[in-house]
Design a protein around this ligand. Sequence first.
Ligand code: MN
Ligand code: MN
Length: 397
Amino acid sequence: MNNAPKQHGTTPPIPQPIRSDGAGGVDLGPRDVIRDLENPDMLVPPVTDAGLLPNLKFSFSDTSMTLNHGGWSREITVREMPIATTLAGVNMSLKPGGVRELHWHQQAEWSYMLLGSARITSVDQDGRNFIADVGPGDLWYFPPGIPHSIQGLEEGCEFLLVFDDGNFSDLNTLSISDWFAHTPKEVLSANFGVPQSAFQSIPSGQVYIYQDEVPGSIKSQEIDSPYGTVPQSFKYQLLAQKPIKTPGGSVRIVDSSNFPISKTIAAALVEVKPGAMRELHWHPNNDEWQYYLTGQGRMTVFAGNGTARTFDYRAGDVGYIPFALGHYIQNTGNQTLWFLEMFKSDRFVDMSLNQWMALTPRELVQSNLHVGPELLDALRKEKWSVVSYPGFFFQRK
Ligand code: MN
Ligand code: MN
């Protein structure tokens, strides 16, 4: 039977839920072919997929945008992705001069600058202040409860914010404008020792993001504090870090060991070249929250008890892996896949399946898996986070 709709030269082939072994059948009903093309491993799961695993993918493209005159934001929280309880993410853009207003929140904020540049400011509990400009590949971390702001510079900017609580919403923070709007003017007057008339033009509610002029140089905005500046920088230049290189790609790790202020969020920036793979591994500390930066890949998550499920990801998607579940990520495209792995932890840690086997008595591995010297001799005592071997790579049929 071949009832597949006729295909034309310029349109992509219409994928069908049919596996190479013949399982499945043609889908002639209502369907979203564009979504099916984006999720080939959900339409036709590998034979090794089995059992019930929750959804571990959500795209920022499926979220609602909050539009303001100074920029936009959208977020992925437990509302969008119920499994993602440890971390929440916000994708935000600020126009030149656009300001994410002075605010604070109960959660720590970790961020990665994607494009353009911004100026960030903060003051800690001891009156020590902080001001810095951040560009592509730079990180920042604001501890829980510490107030801060972000402003787009000449070319504007786009960044990813990650918070150490899946329930966090950036639309529900403590804002300076909101507090002013909900404090009687006589109280404001008494607090600051100025007449009530000083507050006649304050915003009537939370501002969130607004448009301002592009600020002058950092020197021109510096405020001298009698208590000095924050002792641990809130900024870290991740791309300036020398990566750990392996055949297949590279990894840069950032956590409280090299970015001391970042006590609750650890991360890795991973590069997977075409044909390469982030090796089979797991994390013995916490869940993993992923953000895909460029390229495309697929990840299979193994959850024990005969269960595994495969998902496809591309730039702008978020992936999630519950604590300790086994997983790997293959580059399924022609360009380099870059993604971020993030953890609610003070340390980045991972367990390599290969390294574990290499450092375990050979007899055990041999009798447990019924494998011989071909595999045993190839095991590696040194960890290779991203692997690639000539002649051994993923090819979609
Ligand atoms: Mn914030
Ligand atoms: Mn991982």
